[in-house]
Write a new protein. Structure first.
Length: 254
């Protein structure tokens, strides 16, 4: 992915990593469209950051995705980058189904069906562009599990394998598949995570991501240094120790 000169749509970017990435990409000379559910946040972003376009989208709702895609493409026919940022994370107790089933279903809808539906809505358009990118968002927890978030871990493992698979299928097109793999970052993904000393400060994380995209435009996976502890545990042969360390330290995964 080139660091500048793109038209980028980031659904799920009204806060956290998504918004910080949107602002940095705009600063690097990209046209950026931010998507989210809450109209008041979209209006605030548009007012505070001139030049950023916004669109309401609920990535848990197939009809909303279709409607937003039509709106984005009508206003920005040169769109060539889709970042499937939207996601949710919840603590679950799998001893009792009444305590986790609704959560698990919601996570799968948002974190797995959401990106699948987004890609389906844009992939034909992207294939018609001379240079296009789909950036998926998995997690370090796709590679080593945090015991309190089973459905989130599984959803991100699914995104990793989805990314690997569609990269193979779309190899004969102009569309690149890039997988962003965050570690724990100081955002509101879980209660208390914004203050967690084990999580990477948001500004530090996004700065490293931007530097990696700029230095490695052909990268298949964007991995900051902090995520490699989780990402390569199995390859290093210390998977059991990594899982033990992960679950003995911070409840947010680092």
């Amino acid at each position: 992915m080139n660091i500048s000169g793109n038209t980028v749509f980031i659904p799920g970017a009204t806060s956290g990593i998504g918004l910080a990435l949107a602002l940095e990409l705009q600063a690097r000379g990209n046209t950026v469209i931010v998507g989210g559910r809450r109209v008041e946040l979209l209006e605030r972003i548009a007012a505070e950051h001139p030049g950023i376009d916004t669109v309401r989208i609920d990535t848990a709702d197939a009809a909303s995705i279709d409607s937003a895609a039509k709106e984005v493409l009508a206003k920005h026919p040169g769109l060539n980058v889709l970042v499937t940022m939207a996601g949710i994370m919840r603590i679950e107790d799998w001893h009792r189904p009444e305590s986790f089933l609704a959560s698990a279903e919601s996570i799968v809808t948002t974190n797995v069906l959401g990106p699948i539906r987004l890609i389906a809505a844009f992939v034909e358009h992207l294939q018609a562009q001379p240079d296009a990118t789909i950036m998926t968002v998995s997690s370090g927890l796709a590679f080593a599990p945090l015991k309190v978030t089973p459905s989130y871990n599984a959803s991100k493992a699914a995104i990793h394998m989805l990314s690997e698979s569609i990269r193979l299928q779309l190899a004969d097109t102009t569309v690149k598949i890039v997988e962003l793999e965050p570690p724990a970052v100081r955002t509101a993904l879980l209660p208390g995570q914004e203050e967690s000393e084990f999580a990477v400060p948001l500004e530090e994380y996004v700065a490293e991501v931007i530097a990696l995209i700029e230095a490695q435009p052909d990268a298949k996976e964007i991995q900051v240094e902090r995520v490699k502890f989780l990402r390569y545990a199995e390859a290093r042969g210390d998977y059991d120790q990594v899982v033990q360390t992960l679950n003995a330290s911070d409840p947010h995964g680092e």
